[in-house]
Design a protein around this ligand. Sequence first.
Ligand code: ZN
Length: 471
Amino acid sequence: MRRAPRAGGRTLVVALALALGLSLVPPAGPREASAASSCPRGHIALTFDDGPSRHTPSVLDALRRRDVPATFFVVGQRVRSSPSLVRRQHREGHAVANHTYRHERLTSLSDSRIRSTVGATHRAIRDAGAPAVRAVRPPYGATSSRVRRVLRDAGYAHVLWTIDPQDWRGYSSSTIARHVTARLAPGAIILLHDGGSTTPNTVRALPRIIDTAHARGYCFGLIDGRGRVVAPTPPAPPPPPLDDVFDRGTAAACPPGDAAETPFADLGDLPAPTREAIACLVRYRFAEGTSATAYRPREPVRRVDAAVLLTRLLHYDAAHSGLVLPWPSREPFIDLDGLSAERRDAVATLEALGVTTGTGDGTTFSPYRTVTRRELAVMITRVQRLTAGGEAAGADKRYFLDVAPGAPGAAEINDLAARGIVQGAADRTFGPSKEVSRAAAALMLMRHVDEHVASGRLPVREVATAEPSGG
Ligand code: ZN
């Protein structure tokens, strides 16, 4: 729930929503428009003791009608009986703090029993599913310097009140409202109760208390873990809805048995689709292991490695389709000395095709720098345009929380996501700036090949017999 200061909170929400290209829920009615738009006299706090009880929902309804937050000092054993009410308090933007487990008079308890009644209540609130504010209001206001010290040493703020209309005595709603509004002052903490049969009168007094306070320039805040009245923090805007990512393996490009055939001893703990993609990559001779028995799936891919992978893929494509590769006649970058002929040729081929434009001012390729997931996505998408043409598939969709629309590489990353070639992590992030591991590169590249094999554009590569698998 949005809380005062309303103007600031709303502006932020609107700005974020616009930045994310979201449509907004229409603004609330005239009530909200007429509400206080600033807080010249600062924040005051409504607090409710002794709940949750069967009267709590009516208090929450009244607060919701005015869009006002409160702090509930709850009794632990009542939290255990009605945890869903505490969850509702938290969900609707209220703070939940501590009023002991059985409403004990703390001045009559030993130090250790003070700690245990407060600790049991703290756990009950958290078990109910709300963050427990580390603030304690002693029942009956019964306190002492010893009680204060024990609470402070246990990490809790000690909170009393500044306005007490004694609503539990059964006074009328107008008496309660008059008592409170006559005493409003900056930083006020108003003591009310949601735990007993007199609560209906309290509920009826709330609109007048709230409207009067707003009219005088106050906003309502919450009690924090240091016992202060603070402005409620506007909730973070909900994450944008994401489009689902199609999970695909490499079933068309490679028979499923391939993974069992690989000579690599270091793939055992990888998921089956990753093992199969690595086996498939080797079957197509786009890459090899780092030795006869190791693949090193977690090592990062360097830019020169990615160039070799993609160029081998392009040569395979050219051998089976109408794709014509340019003859790279010159070395386009100044930092390719010492690379093997195949590596130099791979980099020059990608440059001639526009798949890479180098690094820095464009005169270098930085062959030994690691490739980011974004860079590889961009290169694979450019290869796709060269070989099969077509429009970017997912340009208007959003697949990952950390790939904002319009960000560098976003169109390419979303295109690959739409085709099922990249997938994010379980938390729905892509990690565009992370290094690409050799395993992830195998998955991305071979899902791309799999798409072309599945469409009939490229043939399955047969495994050559007893032949070294390339250099
Ligand atoms: Zn109480």
